[in-house]
Design a protein around this ligand. Structure first.
Ligand SMILES: O=C(O)CCC(=O)C(=O)O
Ligand SMILES: [Fe+2]
Length: 301
């Protein structure tokens, strides 16, 4: 149901692999990829680094609480994001970091390129997570080049739109599902991702569920070193609905779980309206609108 693809075959533009990629992108909207430049050991290191941070006392995490800022860099406490307005805010905690534009670049004033907030502890957090961010962006770009091939576009079709990406790396921390949780409480409620492509690493434990076209839910998981890939709203708009942004959720289990999505969003000024439509949807506007709908501290309406 969810295709399992080899990164080397994608890079080599293997026709059978590109066909599977195209089918996944336009069908279920999810696939997994293995054999990338990011090893299982690197993913485990990132997961354990996030785990050490989330296990700190609340008071320590508060020093990097994004709620004290007008942006989304740093720690998000439980209940600080509501991805589905029909249900309660999610019970997960998370930590977000993003692309750093040079300080003399006027775009550095935009919230979508806000400076990162790094905790002092655990040791080497910024170095480990920062390096993971850089390498994950390269892996995501390689997959996008494969997708360009799969939809019949030149391999470098997406490159220019991602030279200053509004890419956001998140560590999601799901504690055991709380005893007080009702059917309106989720680790992360049903949502579609906002951007183009999500490169999701996880610790191999179950939790993620993907909605099928028929309305059912299928579990998806991958061990460290294998990534779950899905597409977001901007990609769906850009391709006129050919590539699907598929809804997904985590209800949660009685075990703690960590996942690490890289939301690979394009440059702020990318036009993500359907190609050739003559319309304009600025990627930065779409992303900022979705942020202000879902982060409780940024909610405007
Ligand atoms: O934890 C997961 O597996 C999925 C997380 C997710 O969907 C998200 O952060 O957007
Ligand atoms: Fe998601």
């Amino acid at each position: 149901m969810i295709p399992r693809l080899d990164a080397a075959a994608i890079a080599a533009q293997d026709p059978a692999t590109l066909a599977q990629l195209a089918e996944a992108a336009t069908g279920v909207g999810f696939f997994t990829v293995h054999g990338t430049a990011l090893s299982g050991a690197r993913v485990e290191q990132a997961i354990e680094t996030y785990r050490a941070f989330f296990h700190l006392d609340e008071a320590q995490k508060r020093a990097v609480d994004m709620a004290a800022t007008g942006a989304n860099r740093g720690w998000g406490r439980a209940g600080s994001e509501q991805v589905d307005p029909q249900v309660n805010p999610d019970y997960k905690q998370y930590f977000d970091c993003g692309f750093q534009v040079p300080r003399d670049d006027p775009r550095s004033a935009l919230p979508v390129y806000a400076p990162n907030l790094w905790p002092d502890e655990p040791a080497r957090f910024a170095a480990i997570i920062g390096a993971y961010y850089t390498d994950a962006c390269a892996v995501a770009m390689d997959v996008l080049r494969g997708i360009a091939g799969a939809i019949g576009a030149p391999r470098d079709h997406f490159d220019q739109a991602f030279d200053t990406p509004m890419a956001l790396l998140r560590g999601n921390f799901y504690p055991a599902r709380p005893a007080w949780a009702t059917d309106r409480d989720f680790g992360i409620a049903t949502h579609t991702d906002y951007g183009c492509l999500t490169l999701l690493a996880m610790d191999g434990s179950p939790g993620l569920e993907v909605r099928t076209r028929g309305g059912g839910w299928i579990p998806v998981s991958a061990p460290p070193g294998e990534f779950v890939i899905n597409f977001g709203e901007m990609m769906e708009m850009w391709t006129g609905g050919r590539v699907r942004a598929t809804p997904h959720r985590v209800i949660g289990t009685d075990a703690e779980r960590i996942s690490v999505p890289l939301f690979f969003n394009p440059n702020v000024d990318t036009n993500v309206a359907r190609m050739g439509s003559g319309e304009e949807i600025r990627a930065g506007d779409h992303l900022q609108r979705r942020f202000s709908e879902t982060y409780v501290h940024l909610k405007t309406g």
